[in-house]
Design a protein around this ligand. Structure first.
Ligand code: BT5
Length: 256
């Protein structure tokens, strides 16, 4: 299978019956060769999926999408690398909206939520040399046809679970490649402000008062107002704006 209707994403599609991690495979490929931009690695059976900072991504075999795409965003300065989180979140949320009527939101930095549950996680691994991003691996996991998640994943859901329908995984993979290309090219054509606006319009719990826990375990009430420099989450608290990096803040109701 290769992807039609794209210029470069998925033209080389490496599909394995089983793989520990598509991101790990992409890293190994990049360490020993220069794969063409848009190379996609996917497997219906990812056995050791990776999340951010040492966490795991779990996926039942033949139910879901596990995919990594390789890009060379040399046009992007490392300080602006959050733009890639925006591009990939928009691609996945647009994909879900195209295939379903489900209410999709983007939970900062790049989880995709349906109602209050996570249906997709994204792991972006950039390699930076000097003042340039040399390469970027965009790894995307989407829960599609899986109906049960372990008790240890109470906040996980899938497209099937929310819509009571089954989905064709190949059709979703093809469309995901198209969406990734579309948003990536928009970024390359300097449409960052428009993309950021689309991202903010879909940001989960934006402009609502919620309880948060900071890195010191301190509980506070605040309102997500947007994102700041380096993609930090901007939370209004007692009339002032505070900025948080990943893992520095979580919603208190769920510790997510
Ligand atoms: C992520 O990390 O959400 C990034 C996940 C990226 C997975 C893709 S699959 C293709 C590519 N190859 C890889 O090896 N990885 C990428 P993080 O924000 O750290 O969230 C991880 C946390 O989400 C875990 O600690 C669990 O609590 C939860 N989790 C694990 N599996 C889940 C699932 N299937 N659905 C919802 N939540 C899950």
């Amino acid at each position: 299978m290769t992807i039609d209707n794209t210029l470069f994403v998925g033209k080389v599609l490496l599909r394995f019956p089983e793989l520990d991690s598509t991101n790990k495979y992409a890293q190994e490929l990049l360490s020993k060769s220069l794969p063409i931009e848009g190379t996609v690695i996917t497997t219906p059976n990812q056995t050791y999926g990776r999340g951010q900072i040492g966490s795991k991504w779990e996926s039942q075999a033949h139910k879901n999408i596990s995919l990594s795409a390789i890009f060379y965003p040399t046009f992007l300065s490392p300080k602006d690398q959050f733009a890639l989180n925006i591009v990939s979140s928009l691609a996945v949320s647009d994909l879900i909206r195209t295939f379903s009527e489900l209410p999709v939101r983007i939970k900062w930095p790049n989880d995709i939520y349906i109602k209050d549950k996570k249906t997709s996680g994204i792991l972006i691994q950039n390699s930076i040399s000097g003042s340039k991003i040399h390469s970027s691996i965009i790894g995307i996991g989407i829960n599609v046809n899986q109906n049960d998640f372990g008790q240890h994943l109470p906040f996980a859901t899938s497209l099937a679970r929310e819509s009571h329908k089954q989905y064709d995984l190949d059709a979703l993979i093809a469309a995901l490649c198209q969406k990734l290309e579309q948003y990536y090219l928009a970024l390359k054509q300097a449409q960052y402000d428009t993309l950021k606006e689309q991202y903010l319009n879909q940001l989960y719990r934006k402009d609502e008062l919620h309880s948060f826990i900071d890195a010191n375990g301190q509980l506070f009430q605040g309102i997500i107002r947007g994102i700041g420099p380096f993609g930090k989450l901007m939370i209004e608290h007692n009339g002032s704006l505070n900025y948080f990096q990943i893992k520095e803040v979580a919603f208190a109701d769920s510790k997510r």
